[in-house]
Design a protein around this ligand. Sequence first.
Ligand SMILES: [Zn+2]
Length: 507
Amino acid sequence: MLWSLLKILVFVAIVGLLAMGAIFLMDTSGGVQITAAGTEYTLGPLQSVIALGVLVLVIWLFFKLLTLLVATLHFLNGDETALSRYFDRSREKRGYQALADGLMALASGEGRVAMNKATKAEKLLNKPELTNLLVAQAAEMNGDTKKASDTYKKLVTNNATRFVGVRGIMKQKLAEGDDETARKLAEKALAIKPRHGETQDILLGLQTKAQDWVGARSTLTAKLKAGHLPRDVFKRRDAVLALSEAKDILDDSATVEQQEHAIEANRLSPDLVPAAAMAARAYIEKGKPRPATKILKKAWEVQPHPDLAHAFAEIAPDETPTERIKRFTALTRIHPENMETRLILAELNIVAEDFPEARRALGDVVEKQADARAYTLMAAIERGEGATDAVVQGWLAKALNAPRGPQWVCDNCHDIQAEWGPVCQNCHSFDTLSWQTPQTPEIATATGVHMLPLIVGALEDTAEPELEPEPEVEETEEPVDPEVIEIEVEPVRPDVEPIDKEVEKQT
Ligand SMILES: [Zn+2]
């Protein structure tokens, strides 16, 4: 408001000053006398000012014509660019305008407009390093992968734009699912720009997917050096990779090197359950039960986990069930209220046939947070105490419809996986599996509940109900497989027969 007022005032003042100047000039006597070719011209004061203005205009036009003339002369003398250079100046201006319009169109998602502007700018500017980039992006937006790919190849040939070209082709290969080529291109791109964070991530992802653990570890180190990764995250991921190196061959025969990798992984991240279990097994293999016990206790302090208990049982495979309960107190006294601790204690007591103690160990788990495993243990306890088949089947039926408790769940896609791995098998993200209770309890679906009377009926007919997998249950997403009972109880007492057989002998 104030500004507009000021502008109006200034305008009025300028008009007033001009009028005053004109009046002053007209009132002034005298003027300019010009003699040309013997004729004398006398100009009044106002006329002389106007004449001066005209003169300036004429001189400007003269110089414009002169430059054109000079350019034409050069052109005639054989310098072809001289004339075009004269016109190029406006051409360049229009070229940059087209480039700017193209960028704007790209940003607003108008692929076709961007492509048209890019083509125009390409013609006007003749600067491929600038326009090719726009052409490639516009082609990608229009879904013209062929054109985009051709343009990226052109970018690769220029030193200044090589990285952009390689990255463009790499992204295309990724989209096509050609991981092998994409990995090589990512390596190439990183050779040009070693600290490029996005490419490092892509390469790391591809390396872990391809199980190239050695390569992945060096990429991870590069990420740390470039400052893209906090040191604690680096340590944990490095441990996961070291563990993966160990895991690959540990399945068949563990060499000393693999054992060292497992121990190293445990040292890097002592709370990583699979690393602790594997490192403990490596020490057991070497005949060193003490460090094995120490590692498992340390990991159990962070998180009680069945894998740790299994590895702990392997330290002394030939002990009696009573000896085992006694030795396990090293673990069970650390987190006595933890669900896992209670379940393990109950399992151990069932194996030792101390069913009242097993019931005590479970405590209120069954009422408060029971999962399939707790119900199954209850069935075993009831059977051991001589309850009727109906009671036992009641618990097993409950187990069938109960959630399965904590499992390895991917933090990224929430997929549930039977075994820990460095890479999610579903979404291929790296180091996303954590031991937790799934958010959506994968209890038996409607069919499972529906089939329950049939299943319970079928249990009556079979002698070994726990070993009979039910086809109906297998159809569910995460079936409560009766075999789980076997798997979960077995490693703690490899020397003893399965529960059901034992119990049968008794009854
Ligand atoms: Zn996942």
